[in-house]
Design a protein around this ligand. Structure first.
Ligand code: NAD
Length: 254
């Protein structure tokens, strides 16, 4: 294990354009359940729903109150969570790249906002699935995004047209775009990065999976930190089995 950690450390410090890709696993130790974990399910009436059924535009149109109930519950978890040692280690890494005049970008699938709260630079942090602390008009009366004011129940309303608002997140039955989710920016990064560090994701969503497959195809070193690594194939893939809040500080600060 310590050999693998040393190799990862030297690849990261030798990178001139590092991209870090994070998923729900990095926030697990802040107390936010992952989607694929046992806590992910939600009960409506007598039926259990999987997040992949709840987090859809279709479900929102069919049962807006229930969907918002689920999001307000998740928002509450996010509001009570604090960034952990993994989020903080990524901030330190970003600053060390900045001091050295090297390129650093963070692509996160998380909607909890914890990277920004930890101090990651908003200019180089791409929240490719949105941010649960924000809303936008469900009918897109305007492209504006608004902070979600305190709301304990019911459906938040669009401050512009008064119709239903939706959480500012990408749903499973929707497409990425540049304006809300930085689609083209991330595709461009996939052709430029020279080391990719992945943390805590099953890579089941398409843009993150594209980023990883492009890196592997280009022969770029890829480091995957996860208690159950995704089993990526490639000569230059390093898998480190362990928890983000333990392994990241060890690699990045060790
Ligand atoms: P996922 O739920 O599919 O997978 C989580 C991964 O994290 C698994 O591979 C698991 O083995 C790993 N993991 C668990 N504990 C870990 C730890 N301590 N350290 C490192 N890895 C750990 O998550 P995903 O791939 O990010 O996809 C889920 C989708 O759900 C994303 O679209 C994301 O937007 C959304 N989501 C976000 C949050 C959040 O914002 N915190 C939470 C749940 C789901």
């Amino acid at each position: 294990m310590s050999d693998t950690i040393d190799r990862a450390r030297s690849l990261i410090s030798g990178a001139s354009h590092l991209v870090v890709l994070t998923g729900a696993g990095i926030s697990a130790e802040s107390g936010i359940p992952t989607f694929r974990g046992a806590d992910g399910f939600w009960r409506v009436g007598s039926k259990n729903y999987h997040p992949q059924q709840m987090a859809t535009y279709r479900a929102f149109c069919a049962m807006p109150e229930e969907i918002w109930k689920w999001y307000l519950y998740r928002l509450d978890l996010c509001k009570n969570a604090k960034p952990n040692a993994g989020h903080r280690a990524i901030v330190k890494l970003e600053k060390s790249f900045e001091r050295a005049g090297k390129q650093f970008h963070l692509v996160t699938q998380n909607v909890d906002g914890l990277h920004l709260e930890a101090g990651s630079d908003p200019a180089t942090t791409y929240q490719v699935h949105g941010n649960i602390h924000f809303i936008r008009c469900a009918k897109e009366c305007s492209p504006d995004i608004h902070p979600l004011a305190k709301q304990n129940a019911g459906v938040p309303l669009c401050p512009q047209c008064g119709g239903f608002a939706r959480p500012h997140v990408l749903w499973f039955d929707e497409m990425y775009d540049e304006k809300n989710y930085k689609y083209e920016t991330v595709l461009t990064l996939s052709q430029k990065l020279d080391v990719l560090l992945i943390v805590g994701t099953t890579l089941q969503t398409s843009l993150p999976a594209l980023l990883v497959s492009a890196a592997i195809k280009r022969g770029v070193p890829v480091i995957d930190i996860n208690p159950e690594p995704a089993g990526l194939d490639g000569d230059r893939v390093i898998q480190i089995s362990g928890k983000a809040a333990e392994i990241l500080p060890e690699i990045l600060e060790g």
